[in-house]
Design a protein around this ligand. Structure first.
Ligand code: ARG
Length: 458
């Protein structure tokens, strides 16, 4: 007979290569604490329902406590022959509690066990990630607050468009991350479902009290259908999908930080502690952190494709394919956490070159829209004003000047509605101040938005 926990019907030992191939312990060992928590709840419930005697449950719970501390002290050898974390814990419990350990798996399957373990683990990690994203938002808001009135060119098509406040630009990221937090919070509801008791797929003949287990484990709900309980990985797909969107937000910020720190822009300098040098070019200071966050976005999106493809067309109920859920999930958690943390630390270490940003607003006709608005204020229809401003831009371009460098005579040649006050009207300060539409970049609006965000975060 095979010595495996499931070896009763086997007469041949498992091929060594198959043992290695089949094993998931290298990946799922990080579920040990969730696995033990789940087993303790299962034992408490079985004792409460008199499925096993109280004193036996107590002995096994103590044994599981010892298994946990042994794992934490690295005293348990992980081996492919024990396949996964569930069998390692059960085997280690056997060494602590003898034959009694054989009662632990009553009314349970690894199928509902692994579903439970992932849910316990992911609930905790989702809460960690939400907290980390909030810390990142705090760093964004602090940076916006510190540079409240700094003006920079706003871009569309990567061409200078209209001046905006740098703080307003940063607060756009605050909004993106706010939606990420909302998505994670919202999806927690669907992680917070207790699947234990579904057993292999059909439920069990023991009088399990699933509601009791739910309460012990502090889950929001008990899963409704035993087949769905063991085959549902929607919550994994959903988590990685939300994480992908979040990483895409971080990658967009990365791209901007990389551009801004180039000599061409010189809008920011990232401190030495968050940049690296080149092994050949002595002058180099590279924005590696931002590049890596941008690059790691590819990993996380890859993880999403991986889990979606694994789940696609899987028939009911549990299939071993689903063992492949953990690598993309864990890698996504790790990657998102470190990227968020490193950015939270990096933001206060970015020096902002306010003069460069401001000077960049002076070239590229960022005031052309306001020039048109000036004419509209004096009664011209917008489409006509747009055309007049366009002609003025073409003239200025041909003469190598900006609109506010043209003389009043030159300006008046485009429209007799123009008077001397146009220079004030199309000045940088005025352009920002007038953008008072709700959510626009006026000084007052952004100061209020920052204040509101500070309140939201506290
Ligand atoms: N290691 C497995 C997984 O992660 C546990 C469930 C295995 N169930 C089974 N019947 N072989 O999916």
């Amino acid at each position: 007979m095979s010595e495996k926990l499931w070896g009763g019907r086997f007469s041949q030992a498992t091929d060594k290569l198959v043992e290695k191939f089949n094993a998931s312990i290298d990946v799922d060992k990080r579920l040990y604490a969730s696995d033990i928590t789940g087993s303790i709840a299962h034992l408490k419930m079985m004792a409460n329902e008199s499925i096993i005697p109280e004193d036996e449950a107590e002995a096994l719970i103590k044994g599981l406590g010892r298994v946990k501390s042994k794992i934490e002290k690295d005293e348990i050898l992980f081996t492919d022959s024990l396949e996964d974390i569930h069998m390692h814990v059960e085997d280690a419990l056997g060494k602590e509690s003898g034959d009694l350990a054989k009662k632990l798996h009553t009314g349970r399957s690894r199928n509902d066990q692994v579903a439970l373990d992932i849910r316990i683990y992911l609930k905790e990690e989702t809460l960690n990630i939400i907290q980390m994203l909030k810390n990142f938002q705090k760093a964004l808001v602090a940076m916006a607050g510190k540079h409240l009135d700094v003006v920079m060119p706003g871009y569309t098509h990567m061409q200078r468009a209209q001046p905006v406040l740098f703080s307003h630009h940063l607060m756009a990221y605050y909004e993106m991350i706010k939606r990420d937090v909302q998505r994670f919070e919202e999806s927690l509801k669907r992680v917070d479902v207790m699947p234990l008791g579904a057993a292999a797929l059909a439920g069990t003949t023991y009088p399990l009290n699933r509601e009791y287990t739910r309460q012990v484990l502090d889950f929001g709900k008990v899963s409704e259908n035993s087949i769905d309980s063991v085959s549902d990985r929607d919550f994994v797909m959903e988590f990685i999908s939300h994480a992908s969107i979040c990483m895409i937000h971080l990658s967009r910020l990365s791209e901007e930080l990389i551009l801004w720190s180039s000599s061409e822009f010189s809008f920011i300098t990232i401190s030495d502690a968050f940049t690296t040098g080149s092994s050949i070019m002595p002058q180099k200071k590279n924005p590696d952190v931002a590049e890596l966050v941008r690059g790691k976005t590819g990993r996380v999106v890859g993880n999403l494709v991986s889990i979606l493809t694994t789940m696609k067309s899987l028939p009911m109920a549990y299939n071993k394919d689903m063992q492949e859920d953990k690598e993309p999930l864990f890698d996504t958690i790790d990657t998102l956490k470190i990227c968020t943390e490193v950015y939270t630390r990096m933001l206060p270490n970015i020096e902002v070159h306010t003069d460069r940003m401001k000077n960049a607003c002076k070239q590229g006709f960022l005031n052309a829209t306001d020039f048109a608005d000036y004419l509209v204020n004096r009664g011209m229809a917008f489409r006509q004003a747009h055309s007049v401003a366009g002609k003025a831009v073409a003239f200025a371009l041909a003469n190598n000047k900006e609109l506010d460098e043209l003389t009043l005579d030159e300006l008046q040649s485009f429209s007799d509605l123009i008077e001397g006050d146009i220079y004030h009207f199309i000045s940088l300060d005025q352009m920002i101040s007038r953008r008072i539409s709700y959510g626009g970049t006026s000084f007052d609006n952004v100061a209020l938005a920052v204040e509101k965000a500070e309140k939201e975060l506290n």
